[in-house]
Design a protein around this ligand. Structure first.
Ligand SMILES: [Zn+2]
Length: 220
């Protein structure tokens, strides 16, 4: 049952990219379960076979599963040819099968969290034709490179955001050891955890261009 949002509380949405990982994903799932938080896991297709059970568990526990490219090797700003773009999107969607959310969530590989050129014209067209929902982000605290400092970076990044959509990664245990305390801090600060995405972070919604299909995000 979905609770009505309390207007006194600020909303926040968590997401976990670049997994699944056979140890880190279950570790993150345990923490989220303890706090009763539902999130989205954006999956790198070529990692799925190595840890499919973790993604199946996430799905069974009510988390949403999205597509985060097949190889996570080159942002579309660096490689925009049709074969690469289509294969990065379609191979992962096929591998996810019934794990995938019906709205077909796709998050491009930004490269160090960059939004500019994370999509290109070819990808945007393919995602629209395929009825995908393209989910971007507005806070990237860099947990993959700063295993201990990311919670402070995150708190400062979200300070002035109306509805943060935070990108974390279920790939490194040292970084995720701080997740439990970080979630506790957000609770203490009266954040309400939402599974839905802020509209300002959607570039495409079920195949239709959405708020941020804008200059800078789509390179030609
Ligand atoms: Zn990524």
């Amino acid at each position: 049952m979905q609770m009505e949002p309390d207007p006194a509380m600020r909303r926040i949405t968590l997401s976990f990219d670049n997994g699944p990982h056979p140890e880190v994903t279950p570790f993150v799932l345990d923490i989220l379960a303890r706090h009763g938080i539902a999130t989205t896991f954006f999956i790198v297709g070529d990692k799925l076979a190595g840890a499919r059970a973790a993604s199946e568990r996430a799905h069974a526990e009510g988390h949403w599963i999205g597509n985060h490219t097949w190889s996570h090797s080159q942002p579309f700003r660096e490689r925009g040819d049709v074969d690469f773009v289509h294969s990065e999107i379609d191979r992962t969607q096929a591998a996810l099968g019934t794990l995938a959310h019906p709205d077909k969530f796709f998050r491009p590989f930004g490269g160090q969290g960059r939004l500019d050129g994370a999509l290109n014209g070819c990808a945007a067209e393919h995602l629209q034709k395929g009825g995908f929902t393209c989910v971007l982000w507005n806070a990237v605290p860099g947990d993959w490179k700063d295993h201990d400092g990311w919670p402070d970076v995150a708190l400062s990044q979200i300070q002035n955001l109306d509805w943060p959509l935070l990108v974390l990664h279920d790939i490194n245990l040292a970084a995720m050891r701080h997740l439990d305390r970080f979630v506790g801090t957000l609770r203490d600060r009266d954040f309400a955890f939402e599974q839905a995405f802020p509209p300002s972070c959607l570039a495409i919604e079920r195949g239709s261009p959405a708020v941020v299909l804008r200059d800078g995000v789509v390179a030609n």
